[in-house]
Design a protein. Structure first.
Length: 515
């Protein structure tokens, strides 16, 4: 079968920069098409009949990079608009069959030339953690031709993206499409089956432009919101990349962050910037090395710097050794939530939020009452991974306990049950994607706060608002909020508009009214 693959030297560029695109193919010639993706995709650059080059690739390219040579140089025109640029690579083999694969990059606005009030921050750290091109990621690796549950602590950004991260067909299953689990049945993971049957990465729904940011960008454009684009990696490499915006938006599976990236967001809100986080699963610390070309996360493996730089140890933020609560930046943490409607985790839950503070400005125009649910079928925005905090109830209302580092200003607006893994031993069948084997005990998960024994298996999905410095943070607390936008869920769209309109109208000024 004809092979073709490629990657860009950097995740993002500015107008006037040169994109260096490294391509491998077994075909004699190939074509390139670059599209500014979004609601109305537009081809802005193309070349045909380029001479093919068969590249040598190390076995551990996932860790050390591909090291390919002779890149194609693409000059970024000063007139190109900030956005996500999809690169299509096409080749035809001797058998006449065409093969197409994708690369991509973000075009950030040139410093001092930002035209919009909203900046979309792509979750490139989480996408890198799940990218299994070359045989490994932060979860598993191929050893002697077999898939193992051994992670790679070092991941290179100098390699292609796995298929499905940059582009997906419209019929690709979403987490929300998993049907309720029938009685006495084994759990089912339709997105994994689809991926394996059609030649896509099993992780296509775990990160990447195609599954998460693209649906939001299309919805925003359709509703008149103009966006600038940067990456998470830019937050560390260019911390002023969000300066001056009224609102920063984060969408989707948002699991991995570096210390410096959190600093950039907290500095942004302290100075009056607002954050709309339509994401979930905030858990792991990473480090960037090699000028940002290598991403490091040891997780359950020994981190060589833990003795000399304990706070930078690449484990969960809520571990004692790190001493920086996960909830401090966005108000919620993955350890307070985790799983809903994934396999055997709350497999018959409706997939929506129950409203507890309906008078909050977030719910303006929804006509939602206390106890109402929104975001359930067909959207099922609560499917996959979610965030929450330690909480209690007083007179029918949820409140943070603050023992997990939740900010004093945090308001819990809506909630739903979550669990920390699939039941073990399994009730039916043997397959489990996320078994409940490493619940946060003092030994397995040395977090800095205590969880009562009877509560170890449980968490909650939460939607919240908090004050951070002179800014505000709205947190959807779930990865699949964007499914509600994609499926035109009236309540999800209204809440999203309420937040965007308020956060772009008020930049560090008066505080939104509380519920």
């Amino acid at each position: 079968m004809t092979e073709i693959a490629g990657y860009t030297e950097q995740l993002s560029y500015e107008p006037g920069n040169t994109v260096r695109l490294f391509v491998h193919t077994t075909a004699p010639t190939y074509d390139i098409e670059i599209i500014r993706d979004g609601l109305k995709p537009r081809t802005i650059w193309s070349r045909s009949g380029l001479k093919g080059l068969r590249q040598n690739t190390p076995e551990n390219a996932y860790a050390v990079g591909c090291g390919w040579r002779d890149p194609v140089a693409i000059q970024v025109d000063p007139g190109w608009q900030s956005g996500f640029y999809l690169i299509l690579l096409r080749a035809t083999g001797a058998d006449g069959r065409s093969v197409e694969r994708e690369a991509g990059f973000v075009l950030r606005p040139k410093s001092g030339q930002r035209k919009n009030r909203i900046v979309l921050i792509l979750t490139t750290v989480t996408a890198t953690a799940y990218n299994d091109w070359g045989g490994a990621n932060s979860y598993r690796s191929v050893v002697d031709g077999k898939s193992t549950e051994t992670l790679s602590p070092r991941l290179s950004l100098q390699r292609p993206w796995a298929r499905g991260f940059m582009r997906l067909p419209i019929n690709a299953p979403r987490h929300s499409d998993t049907p309720d689990l029938p009685t006495d049945a084994s759990p089912y993971y339709p997105f994994v089956d689809w991926a394996l049957a059609h030649g896509y990465s099993r992780h296509y729904g775990d990160g990447g432009w195609a599954y998460y940011e693209r649906p939001f960008a299309c919805w925003a454009e359709q509703n008149g919101y103009q966006l600038d684009y940067v990456t998470q990696h830019d937050l560390q490499l260019r911390p002023d990349c969000v300066s001056g915006y009224a609102c920063a938006v984060i969408v989707g599976h948002d699991e991995y962050w570096s210390w410096e990236m959190r600093d950039a967001i907290e500095n942004f809100t302290r100075k009056g910037g607002n954050v709309m986080r339509l994401g979930g699963n905030f858990i792991w610390q990473v480090r960037l090395e090699d000028d940002g070309r290598t991403q490091v996360c040891y997780k359950t493996l020994p981190d060589p710097i833990s003795a000399t730089s304990p706070s930078r140890t690449t484990v969960a933020w809520d571990f004692k050794i790190v001493n920086r609560p996960g909830a401090a930046t966005f108000g919620l943490t993955g350890f307070g939530g985790i799983y809903v409607r994934l396999g055997a985790t709350t497999p018959r839950a409706p997939g929506g939020y129950t409203v507890y503070r309906p008078n909050h400005w977030v719910f303006d125009g929804t006509d939602l009452y206390y106890g109402d649910m929104f975001g359930a079928e067909p959207s099922r925005i609560l499917a996959f991974e979610v965030d929450g905090v330690d909480y209690t109830f007083r007179n029918g209302l949820p409140y943070p306990t603050y023992k997990d580092g939740a900010p004093q200003s945090l308001e819990i607006l809506a909630m739903a049950p979550a669990v920390r893994g699939e039941p073990m031993p399994p009730r039916h069948g043997n397959l489990r994607m996320n078994p409940m084997t490493d619940i946060p005990t003092k030994n397995a998960w040395p977090i800095f706060y205590d969880i009562p024994e009877e509560c170890l298996e449980y968490g909650a999905a939460m939607m919240s608002v908090m004050t951070s410095g002179s800014g505000q943070v709205f947190n959807s607390g779930c990865c699949n909020w964007v499914t509600g936008l994609l499926r035109e869920d009236k309540m999800v769209m209204t809440i999203t508009k309420n937040v965007l309109d308020r956060f772009t109208r008020v930049a560090g000024g008066s505080k939104p009214r509380a519920g």
